[in-house]
Design a protein around this ligand. Structure first.
Ligand code: SF4
Length: 233
């Protein structure tokens, strides 16, 4: 899947509420108004989603200490990278985005109704996560056909791979090919609702643990039971 469009994302009100950082069960019990806003945000926001995924495969040339050198000349480095990608024969970069249309509406709405704006933002977060989950799922299926296993998805900002380490490494590898997603001097992606990640592929990737184990907010996050470790970041 070098540059895919046409994604069907499965989203519901609970995903939107989680995208806002809220607990759906608590909100349903205490704030029916917020559930109504999530429903409205989903109806209005869904047609504005422009999900796209860029992927690029790179053969691994060498693994030395915390650095993986790729056959096409790039590299990935960091303790998280070596911990998970050392057994990999290939590395896959995935960049997922839902585009800018939702954000354009969001910036207008935020000036008039911040609570509704936060619900729209929740739609964007939920959609980006759902897209990343689906992209990883398809990649795993594709890899299995070639007798490969996939590592857990690794994103800049996880424990052992800071944003200022990881984002330049990813964007140095893919340049500006990645579906119009760009990286600022401060390592922020545009469109805002985008995710970048790296997965290793190999015949025996070993036990990788769960993505949540390497998340910087794992000690305070309430959603780890909900999270599908087989799929995403
Ligand atoms: S701890 Fe897990 S569910 Fe929570 S934000 Fe991190 S990766 Fe997501």
């Amino acid at each position: 899947m070098p540059n895919m469009t046409g994604w069907e994302l499965v989203l519901d009100e609970d995903a939107v509420l989680r995208g806002q950082g809220a607990d759906p069960a608590t909100i349903r019990e205490r704030s029916p108004r917020l559930v109504q806003l999530a429903t409205k945000a989903l109806e209005v926001g869904r047609p504005l989603l422009r999900p796209r995924v860029f992927s690029s495969h790179h053969e691994v040339k060498a693994v030395r200490h915390d650095r993986i050198t790729l056959a096409d000349g790039g590299y990935l480095a960091g303790s998280l990278i070596s911990q998970h990608l050392s057994p990999a024969q290939q590395v896959v970069i995935l960049v997922c985005t839902i585009g800018t249309a939702l954000d354009e509406l969001l910036s207008e709405v935020m000036r008039q109704d911040m609570v509704y704006g936060l619900a729209l933002d929740g739609v964007g977060s939920a959609a980006t996560e759902a897209l990343a989950n689906e992209a990883c799922r398809l990649l795993e299926i594709e890899a299995a056909k070639n007798g490969f296993q996939a590592s857990i998805p690794l994103s800049p900002g996880m424990v052992g791979w800071t944003v200022d380490e990881g984002q330049p490494q990813i964007f140095n590898l893919i340049g500006d090919k990645a579906i119009g997603v760009t990286l600022s001097d401060h390592f922020v992606m545009s469109p805002r609702k985008s995710l970048s990640m790296v997965l290793g592929l190999g015949p025996d990737m070993g036990y990788q643990g769960k993505v949540c184990d390497f998340c910087t907010i794992r000690d305070i996050c309430r959603y780890q039971d909900h999270y599908d470790p087989a799929a995403a970041a």
